[in-house]
Design a protein around this ligand. Structure first.
Ligand code: 9MJ
Length: 670
């Protein structure tokens, strides 16, 4: 191929890849599959490698990092990088609105541009003639650090602007952040490498961005969202905040998909409620909502106070991370006997609720974080996950503070605590003799995905065990109306309901029954595989380790757990008495008779179906040989969508995956 053609091919590929980046990161609407994108990228890499004379710092292949700095150079900001004033309630928002109205001499409602407040790091991006020439941190607001090589590795940051008319100069301000999925993956890999854990996505983003070696930054899935224009030359400045952001988007930089123009401070209240309600389901962390006076002329008129504009405010959510004191560490005994350290804290409000207990996960995690009793600690409660202690505040550490110790005896039954070789967990050695393990085993047995015993809550199970009314799951089916009616907060109506629910639960499936037994590491999926493979409980009970390992997802450890479970005489007795009580399930047909019409197909179920729980729908599909997955990909056969389906349907639409309604689903499994 002649050189000119190669050059053209390289340029064509660069342009195409830039366009796909725009579709993916800015418009959230990819037009091609990841596979196609990767293939274009590899083709470009190969051409560039063979023709180094055409290398360019603007090529999308140049995002892998590689530059290593000794230290960051200082950048003086042409326009100061300001921070935001905070508000915490409607009264403070009203005060902000009134102050602005008074200052501007306007009595009609003020218009605002609003967007969620991302919890990351503010950066400035400078483009000359459409090319990214500099990226800097905020620093003290007057001058920051030049982090251009690092920011160039962030795929959401355009190396080249797109569009017909490019500005001679553009300085965009925005937030670099780490989406939650990336944060969790990063901490998981830190854990595996025995490296320091990041306390939250913000710290992880900061640590990733301030790396002298940009290949490290390149390996972290950082993202970027623009929130303002600081300088613009060569095209006319739009006259509202909102229009500014639309221009930034048109030039190929991501902006918040949630940005809205609001007509009054009352509309700001409504917007806050909407974003607060969506907070836990967003794929990134936000810590509030930012409101900016929409009309630029009015922004100018309002001006600044020392470090923040008068025309903007951040209405912050209740903090998800707070400091408190670690009073003590106690150990909770779980279903399998594993002892989990639980922090007893001086009560404190986190994310809007009072927290006095938080998990410390396990002893390795305590050592890794170096958390000692008496420490001031940072407690975090994000979304609906259990509150956790993420770090100790070392400046308050006293020499007498000590690391918590794993007790030698189980705190519930006083049996010895043992650590099996090669396992992190410490366990109570008593098995079902331990009241804690018995309680947890019964809770698991009655759970929705197991025997689904309606009305048998945790508190009730604890009462039943503490009063000695039952000592294993088998005892459940021997409970009488008199016994139940005598319990705390149990009217005779609810006692009868519980007996009915117990009776109802006896008609089950082999899969549910196996799962309900609570064999270590046998989850729902493994239980289903076992049921389909062996078809009879007795066959599973008699199988040896090797036979069990013939089942798809059963490895040597799980197989050993199953053998050990059925070998215990106590467990055999319990199973027999459950069967004697009348628990039964429909027979599973032999594979050749089995109707596996949907074998090889993969479905995703989303939203609320009218006549089936998602679990039931999944079981029906699985009974026909289909695979049921929780996430949509190009490999998904179809998405079954009920009411309020959410983002999985959006993704399916984007990928061109078929969407089926409940009626069609019924046809399918009939
Ligand atoms: C964040 N963090 O999302 C601003 N921000 O505006 C948004 N921060 C900001 N705007 C001026 N959306 C200074 C900071």
């Amino acid at each position: 191929m002649p050189k000119s053609e190669i050059r053209q091919q390289i340029e064509r590929l660069r342009e195409e890849i830039n366009q796909h980046n725009m579709q993916y990161y800015v418009l959230d609407d990819p037009l091609v599959t990841d596979q196609y994108y990767d293939q274009q990228m590899r083709e470009l890499q190969a051409l560039e490698a063979a023709h180094p004379e055409f290398a360019s710092p603007l090529s999308p292949t140049s995002r892998v990092g590689g530059e290593v700095s000794k230290q960051f150079a200082t950048v003086t900001h042409e326009a100061a990088m300001l921070s935001l004033e905070n508000a915490f309630d409607e009264a403070e928002m009203l005060a902000f609105n009134k102050k602005l109205s008074d200052l501007l001499g306007i009595d009609s409602p003020l218009q605002f541009s609003a967007e969620p407040k991302l919890d990351g790091l503010a950066v400035s991006l400078l483009y000359r003639n459409g090319e990214l020439v500099r990226a800097a941190t905020r620093g003290d607001g007057q001058s920051g650090e030049n982090i251009t090589p690092n920011v160039r590795t962030i795929k959401a940051v355009a190396l080249k602007l797109i569009g017909k008319q490019l500005p001679e100069l553009l300085e965009v301000r925005g937030e670099v952040y780490l989406p939650l999925a990336g944060f969790n993956a990063l901490n998981e890999s830190q854990r595996q490498n025995n490296a320091k854990l990041f306390a939250n996505p913000r710290n992880a983003a900061a640590g990733s961005l301030r790396q002298l070696d940009s290949t490290i930054t390149a390996s972290r899935p950082l993202s970027f969202c623009s929130y303002g224009i600081a300088q613009l030359e060569g095209i006319e400045m739009p006259d509202t905040q909102y229009a500014q952001m639309q221009l930034v988007k048109a030039l190929g930089l991501p902006i918040s998909p949630y940005i809205q123009q609001l007509e009054s401070i009352q509309a700001c209240f409504e917007y806050y409620r909407q974003i607060a309600a969506a907070r836990d389901s967003l794929p990134f962390e936000i810590d509030g909502v930012v409101y900016k006076l929409n009309v630029l002329k009015l922004q100018k008129k309002a001006g600044f106070v020392s470090r923040a504009p008068r025309w903007a405010i951040a209405w912050k959510f209740p903090a998800q991370e707070v400091m408190t004191r670690l009073l003590d560490v106690e150990f909770q005994v779980g279903r399998t006997g594993a002892l989990t350290p639980v922090a007893r804290l001086e009560a404190v409000e986190v994310g809007g609720v009072i927290v006095s207990n938080a998990t410390l996960h396990n002893m390795d995690e305590i050592r890794r974080k170096d958390i000692r009793i008496g420490d001031t600690v940072i407690v975090r409660r994000a979304g609906d996950v259990i509150p956790e202690v993420v770090a100790a505040v070392l400046k308050d550490r006293q020499p007498e503070f000590e690391l918590p110790q794993m007790p030698a005896l189980c705190p519930v039954c006083q049996s010895p605590v043992v650590q099996q070789e090669g396992q992190a967990a410490y366990r109570c050695s008593a098995g079902l003799i331990c009241a804690a393990q018995r309680k947890e085993a019964i809770k698991h047995f009655s759970a929705r995905k197991a025997m689904d015993i309606d009305g048998l809550g945790d508190k009730l199970v604890e009462q039943l065990v503490d009063l000695g009314l039952i000592d294993s799951v088998a005892g459940l089916y021997a409970l009488s109306l008199e016994q139940l009616s005598g319990l705390e907060r149990m009217a005779s109506k609810s006692a009868q309901n519980l007996l009915d629910a117990l009776e109802h639960s006896k008609q089950t499936t082999l899969q549910r029954f196996i799962y309900a037994l609570g064999i270590r590491e046998v989850g729902e999926a493994t239980a289903l595989s076992l049921a389909n493979h062996f078809r009879e409980l007795a066959a599973i009970q008699q199988a040896d380790q090797e036979t069990l390992m013939q089942v798809g997802d059963v490895g040597p450890v799980v197989a050993a757990n199953i053998v050990a479970f059925f070998a215990q005489e106590e467990n055999q007795k319990i199973i027999q008495s459950l069967l004697d009580a009348g628990i039964s399930w429909p027979p599973i047909a032999a594979p050749d008779a089995l109707d596996l019409a949907l074998k090889g197909f993969t479905y995703v179920i989303t939203g609320t179906l009218e006549n089936y729980s998602r679990q039931q729908a999944a079981e029906l599909l699985a009974s026909k040989g289909a695979k049921v997955s929780s996430s949509v990909s190009a490999k998904t056969t179809a998405v079954i969508a009920g009411d309020k389906p959410g983002s999985k349907v959006d993704k399916a639409l984007k990928l061109g995956v078929t969407i089926l309604d409940e009626r069609t689903f019924e046809e399918l499994v009939k």
